[in-house]
Design a binder for this molecule. Sequence first.
Ligand code: HEC
Length: 146
Amino acid sequence: MLRRLSRTLRRPDARLLAGLAAAGFCTAIAAAAPLPALYTKAQAKAGHEAFETHCSMCHGKNLQGISGPALVGQGFASASNNYTVAAIFDELSQQMPAGAPGSLPHKDYADIMAFILSKNGYPAGKTALTYSAAQSSTAKLVSQVK
Ligand code: HEC
């Protein structure tokens, strides 16, 4: 009796979770879930190069901050900042590089976002981050670097 009850309960639960994930509500269960893999390794590498060309003179080769703020660690994105990928992406794609906002190709912005995610401890995956996916990503951005 009990076992049958838990079986019937579990099946709709799994469907519900799959439905939520498909609808983009992954972040609702993010506390218990591993960090999302939002970009590819190759993309982060390309982003590293673009960052060196367009951003590192102000944000530092290691994202530690120079005239611009650090883009790594708790001073950048602690849990209490409550940042999403979309919020940071909006800032970097619309306001940066300071002096020539929005001047880079869309691909460069997406690649640079991938590089910033990698430096903050987010894992690479199988699907590249696109400009439009970054714009609408509700994934939390909390640096894993202390
Ligand atoms: C000429 C210097 C300069 C360059 C080049 C520059 N930035 Fe910035 N950046 C700043 C300054 C200053 C700020 C803080 C003030 C502001 O938000 O306008 C900032 C803010 C930011 C922020 C927001 C940080 C936060 O904590 O909210 C991000 C993200 C960022 N920059 C990313 C980039 C990226 C990516 C590039 C390269 C495409 C870049 N910046 C190029 C000077 C620069």
